[in-house]
Write a protein that binds this ligand. Structure first.
Ligand code: HEM
Ligand SMILES: *[C@@H]1O[C@H](CO)[C@@H](O)[C@H](O)[C@H]1NC(C)=O
Ligand SMILES: *[C@@H]1O[C@H](CO)[C@@H](O)[C@H](O)[C@H]1NC(C)=O
Length: 370
């Protein structure tokens, strides 16, 4: 009895295995070097190699951070009422319009850096695909970040995004959640995608006269430290005489906190999700990865795109320890904001308080630094 049902399960499984094998059979690309299951993806390998070597230079630095920010600022440009094409590349093609939007402050420098690569590969990759491809490849420059799928085939953008669709750091939690909800994101997805991305991020523009001011202690690691640092009681960014518009107080010298991040970490609608990511690396990376993939499909029909995830290099594994309190800080310094769960136990980093160094700035090809 047991034997025969096991056998029939085995026999039934065979055709499935055969189909699976056919689907995963890799063939050699025309370059004679790479292999792909889907030959249509072959042309992307040289694009990926170029941006890894020459744009990101194998680092989770300013260019990689900029590419990730661009994913969001392109994709969120869609609304059920105002229209827009979402993840369509309009922020590049219609930069003359979209860069005038206040929320796109700093995107000019990112396009100066990434734009030449987008234009160089324009015959192979549409602007919408390039931005999402660069975003997926930027993540695998960052230790701890997920390797997310990449789908190819976005059409050329038709028009600029309507204005006022990109959230601003001065926005309150209600308007941020409403903006995201209108394109299908739950509050938990908002926390994952905003907090996770700002783990590998900093401000190049909103702190006057300073560039590369990190949002957490570890801007080159995709870790959960941001979820701790943003919940600490504030002292001010030491070098600029207190918070400017859109910033709020921060507890680690050399870092700056976006007002919107500080609010999301403390609001009753989002605080428990925010805290739930503290020291939960794989949970955070997974939730973030799923939410970024969702961004990449805004305005697109996944079924009309081709899965070219195979061109994305392997992720860099976690090469860092657990989240910690910064030196001299402890649970006493945390604004405990979740009523239903205790803040996790963390170790305090030894030694005196430190100042976090700025993120070195990418040199844009066009030399603009406005
Ligand atoms: C409520 C939503 C969000 C707000 C208000 C916001 C705001 C900001 C601001 C003001 C900056 C600094 C800009 C500068 O001074 O140069 C920034 C940086 C950044 N943001 Fe966001 N952001 C949000 C969501 C996201 C999302 C969803 C992503 C990606 C999926 C993202 C990725 C980044 C990255 C990677 C940077 C660093 C860029 C760099 O270092 O060059 N942000 N964000
Ligand atoms: C920015 O817009 C100009 C035209 O307004 C265009 O020539 C240029 O190619 C655009 N940049 C990118 C990266 O698409
Ligand atoms: C930070 O700066 C703001 C405005 O400049 C000020 O009101 C606040 O007291 C400062 N906080 C600390 C802890 O220094």
């Amino acid at each position: 009895m047991v034997f025969s049902s096991a056998l029939s399960a085995f026999v039934l499984a065979l055709p499935l295995l055969a189909v699976n094998a056919a689907r995963t059979k890799r063939s050699l690309c025309p370059d004679g070097k790479n292999t792909a299951v889907n030959k249509a993806c072959c042309a992307l390998f040289p694009v990926v190699d170029d941006i890894v070597d020459n744009l990101f230079t194998n680092e989770c630095g300013d260019s990689a951070h900029g590419a990730l920010r661009l994913v969001f600022h392109d994709a969120i440009g869609i609304s059920p009422t105002a229209g827009g094409g979402g993840a369509d590349g309009s922020i590049a093609t219609f930069n003359a319009t979209e860069l005038t939007f206040p929320a796109n402050l700093g995107i000019d420098d990112i396009l100066d850096d990434l734009g030449p690569f987008l234009l160089k590969h324009a015959a192979t990759v549409s602007p919408g695909d390039f931005i999402q491809l660069a975003g997926a490849v930027s993540l695998v420059q960052c230790p701890g970040a997920p390797r997310i799928p990449f789908f190819s085939g976005r059409a050329q953008p038709k028009a600029a995004s309507p204005p006022n669709l990109v959230p601003q750091p001065t926005d309150d939690v209600t308007s941020i959640l409403e903006r995201f909800a209108s394109v299908g994101f739950s509050p938990a997805e908002v926390v994952a995608v905003v907090g996770g991305s700002h783990s590998v991020a900093g401000a190049d523009d909103i702190v006057p006269n300073f560039q590369g001011i990190p949002f957490d202690q570890t801007p080159s690691q995709f870790d959960t430290q941001i979820f701790v640092d943003v919940l600490l009681h504030g002292t001010n960014f030491t070098d600029n005489g207190g918070p400017q518009s859109g910033e709020s107080e921060t507890a680690v010298a050399g870092t700056v906190r976006l007002q919107s991040d500080g609010l999301l970490a403390r609001d009753p609608r989002t605080a428990c999700t925010w805290q739930s990511f503290v020291n939960e690396q794989s949970k955070m990376a997974e939730a973030f990865g799923a939410a970024v993939l969702k961004l990449s499909f805004l305005g697109q029909n996944q079924h009309e795109l081709t899965d070219c995830s195979e061109v994305i290099p392997q992720a860099i594994p976690v090469n860092f320890g657990p989240a910690t309190f910064p030196p001299t800080k402890s649970i006493k310094d945390i604004d405990e904001s979740c009523n239903t769960a205790k803040f996790p136990d963390l170790r305090t980093q030894p030694g005196p308080a430190t100042t976090i160094a700025p993120i070195p700035q990418a040199e844009s090809t066009s030399g603009s630094s406005s």
